[in-house]
Design a protein. Structure first.
Length: 377
């Protein structure tokens, strides 16, 4: 995920923290300390409520991390590679490879909600045990009870049968097991996710119009679910057409290159107005590829800046570009895309770019696959 910072490792898996995580801590800390705790444990000082609210928010963050760590541990036990765990304002994301069996997909999916269920039950039990023991225990008990209920709600919400929620992964696994068709299962889970996202957006909008600001949070979650589910539906639709095809079969070649030290204005004058391509590969003084320049971006630049900026300053750096070898399977390349990267895919041999796979190339492949399917019927 973009705008995240690596913060060590958890159980051997790289942990990344999105910039929205401090926002999550402040939001829940404020809500817990200013509203929930004064109502459930009255007659305490403001400092006590503030410290307890922040502690509760940090414990919630830790429980979200435990939820994602459960996914990671289960995935590794099923021989599924786990790239990273990212925490952000709406929960967490575990970046991992695709399960090879329906059973593996099922157990990876349910492990996270199960962890939330265990944490929720343990927190509720501890909170009930502390409640009424002594005056000093009133605030810790209230924090634990709050944490327990939030984790139970997260468990139930994550089990809703729609991708990208864990419940959607369960639907995927069950349909896959029942039909033997993974692509069909992924499409079914993604369509359910799109429907859920629309319902959450609608419900959040109605709540906001009635004066409930919590509806705004619900709508944001709905937008996230809708966007991710739509992307997963698109990927599931592309999979049959791309599977078995190597990058060399899909790429456009030759690739147009341009020196990265020249100005934007010169690039506009010499290349942008005549080329049929929308993407250029930039090269450094030694002829090595240094980045990718998307020409439509130049049109949005004010004219005075074009003489001062070099094209490398407005290009995507090479380190953030997606590359592969000519013999790599295109479907596998798309599957292992890391956060912040995507199309185009640059096909390389050594330090030379021999081809490029763009959105237009992928669309052409899908159209051909669709036509073949219609001819066979």
């Amino acid at each position: 995920m973009n705008s995240s910072v690596r913060m060590g490792r958890v159980l051997g898996v790289p942990l990344r923290i999105h910039w929205t995580v401090p926002l999550l801590v402040m939001l829940f800390g404020y809500s817990l300390g200013s509203q929930t705790l004064p109502a459930t444990a009255p007659d305490q000082s403001n400092a006590t409520y503030t410290i307890a609210g922040l502690a509760g928010a940090v414990l919630l963050l830790a429980s979200l991390l435990a939820h994602e760590a459960a996914h990671a541990v289960t995935a590794r036990r099923r021989d599924i590679k786990v790239q990273s765990i990212t925490l952000w304002a709406l929960g967490g994301i575990t970046d991992m490879g695709r399960p090879r069996t329906a059973g593996g997909a099922f157990w990876v999916a349910v492990s996270g909600p199960f962890a939330s269920l265990v944490i929720g039950a343990a927190a509720l039990g501890a909170g009930i045990g502390l409640d009424g023991v002594a005056d000093w225990a009133a605030v810790p008990a209230a924090v634990l009870l709050w944490l327990g209920w939030v984790n139970l709600v997260l468990c139930v919400f994550n089990l809703l049968p729609a991708a990208p929620l864990d419940g959607g992964r369960v639907v995927l696994a069950l349909v896959w097991w029942r039909t033997g068709d993974r692509d069909r299962a992924e499409r079914a889970a993604a369509r359910a996710g799109q429907a859920l996202g629309i319902l959450l957006i609608a419900g959040g909008g109605i709540a906001v119009m009635r004066g409930g600001l919590a509806g705004l949070w619900l709508a944001v979650i709905g937008f996230f679910v809708l966007i991710v589910a739509s992307a997963e539906h698109q990927r599931a639709r592309l999979a049959p057409a791309l599977r078995g095809m190597r990058a060399a079969e899909a790429m456009s070649s030759p690739v147009e290159t341009y020196p990265d030290w020249l100005t934007v204005q010169r690039c506009v004058d010499e290349v942008a107005l005549r080329t049929r391509h929308s993407t250029l590969v930039l090269t450094d003084f030694e002829g090595r590829p240094s980045g990718v320049l998307h020409l439509p971006r130049l049109a949005r630049m004010p004219a005075p800046q074009r003489e001062a900026l070099r094209v490398r300053e407005v290009a995507t750096p090479w380190a953030r570009c997606t590359t592969c070898a000519p013999d790599d399977f295109l479907h596998d390349v798309l599957e292992r895309l890391s956060p912040g990267t995507g199309l185009p895919i640059l096909v390389t041999e050594g330090q030379h770019v021999v081809g490029i796979v763009t959105t237009r190339d992928v669309s052409r492949i899908v159209q051909r696959h669709t036509l073949r399917g219609k001819e066979n019927h």
